[in-house]
Design a protein. Sequence first.
Length: 299
Amino acid sequence: MLLRVLGTAAGGGLPQWNCACPGCAGARRHPSRRRLHDGLAVHGGGTGDWFLANATPDVAEQLESHPALRPNAGQSRTPVVRVVLTDAELDHTLGLLRLREAARIDVWCTEPVHRALTTRLPLTDILSPYTTLAWHDLPLVGADRPAEVAGLEMSALPLSDKRPRYATDEPSHPAWSTALTVRDPGSGTRALYAPALAAWSDALDEQITAADCVLLDGTFLDEDEPSRSGVSQRTASGMGHLPIRGAEGTARHLARTEALAYYTHLNNTNPLVDPSAPEHERLADLGLRVAEERMVVSL
Ligand code: MLT
Ligand code: MN
Ligand code: ZN
């Protein structure tokens, strides 16, 4: 399978339009530091089909920037769009509105995410004059059968009951925020994508151990980054994003994995958005790195 990284920034992107923090200012001075909202395009080989993991507000530019994702010569339109969602957050779903020129959009997601996107953010109603949204169940890891999308097996590992801010009063459910697991049934290779990781669990550890490549939540470097930078008085974990560093940070866990491991969903306050930050070397010593914009991983 092929993973094309379409973007690596948390909600707001880098630079964020209303922000002049050092990370955003640096990205304005050095366009190579710009990051679009995190998302992937995944190709299963064989059939030639792609699907998107999350549909970001940047989705149209993201598709346009990869020749393989543009409509073919001789094809006036890309007929079907496939999107698999890890959660119902706005930075991962607003792209569905931008894809409204499609004849049809097939979307796979968990039950609470489907509920949020058909009631609180009523995408089916809003989009019905423009396109057809076809919803499909994204089975949880351990279910009898994974979903099959573009020749790949797909399931969702429940990570937390973190609801989007527009739906905080919705009932709790373990699959509000999930890791997407992808398996190529031909080669047996596996990838895992988890842009919002609130806590480390044994089940996650197991999936990461089995994976060949993981792209994980790198929103914040430290627990106190949100308060230090004025983003929020909550801790990073309190905001649903386990930080990279620290006793309970993700780096300590990830250092044990043999999988290719990349951080994505970087917030503009994260010192790692500066490529000269010394922390990059510390991560490299652990075999970890920050995902680059438009990088391709072939598994
Ligand atoms: C998150 O990753 O925590 C959310 O996407 C934040 C947001 O609502 O923008
Ligand atoms: Mn986000
Ligand atoms: Zn900023």
